[in-house]
Design a protein around this ligand. Structure first.
Ligand SMILES: C[S@@+](CC[C@H](N)C(=O)[O-])C[C@H]1O[C@@H](n2cnc3c(N)ncnc32)[C@H](O)[C@@H]1O
Length: 213
């Protein structure tokens, strides 16, 4: 059970309605994802998407990276918050997810800012030879500590790394399963890393914000 499920339905709706409305293309993408794939719950959604947009706009990020595209919802939220010369690289291992994402990128006026890399991120990320102002980690939980180690050197000074599912339904408090242990390991790594500062948000399933000093 995720923290989101523990929340009262009326309150969850109130939170969504108090957040700026998502554009129609993203509403269509969310609907297609929830009806055409068995993994609709993996999509970040309008509240987290808007939070990502705020972070990008406030930090004036121009170069972004996402690990775990799924059907492209967060990627489109990120891309539409970027200036015209902003760029997002997003990584996805499943061809079917990437196919849906690319279809929506092609329909969006912000799609030209997005480069979709298909393949296992543990292999594609080491080949990226550039710095990023903003990194969103939202793929396989078991590799979260690996993604932190691989990507912290590629994060610009003052840049933000955002970790999704950082509370993993509350399991991080007593982590036993491999995924909860991996997420807890990353949370601890960041907390004790003197090169960053971090704050844990209880939004949805937990979001850890990490800023490189
Ligand atoms: C939680 S979903 C991402 C949701 C997306 N960020 C959003 O907000 O809509 C996780 C995605 O990561 C992909 N994934 C899992 N392991 C991966 C890996 N090693 N490399 C690249 N993508 C991976 C999955 O196929 C899935 O589509």
């Amino acid at each position: 059970m995720t923290l989101d499920e523990l929340m009262n339905d009326d309150l969850r709706q109130y939170i969504i309605q108090a957040t700026s409305q998502e554009p129609p293309l993203l509403a269509n993408l969310r609907h297609e994802t929830q009806t055409q794939t068995p993994f609709g719950r993996m999509l970040s959604g309008p509240v987290e998407g808007k939070l990502l947009q705020f972070l990008i706009k406030l930090s004036r990020a121009k170069t972004c990276l996402e690990v775990g595209t799924f059907t492209g919802y967060a990627a489109l939220q990120i891309a539409s918050a970027l200036p015209v010369d902003g760029r997002l690289i997003t990584c996805e291992s499943r061809a079917h997810h990437a196919q849906i994402a690319q279809k929506y990128f092609d329909l969006s006026p912000h799609g030209h800012k997005i480069q979709l890399l298909i393949g296992d991120a543990t292999r594609t990320l080491p080949r990226l030879d550039q710095q990023f102002d903003f990194i969103f980690i939202d793929a396989d939980k078991i590799n979260y500590p690996t993604y932190y180690d691989l990507l912290l050197p590629k994060l610009s000074s003052g840049g933000l790394m955002v970790i999704d599912n950082a509370l993993w339904g509350g399991e991080v408090v007593n982590p036993v399963a491999k995924d909860s242990l991996a997420i807890h390991t990353l949370n601890q790594k960041a907390r004790h890393d003197s090169t960053v500062e971090c704050v844990m948000l209880s939004v949805r399933d937990g979001i850890l914000l990490i800023r490189k000093l």
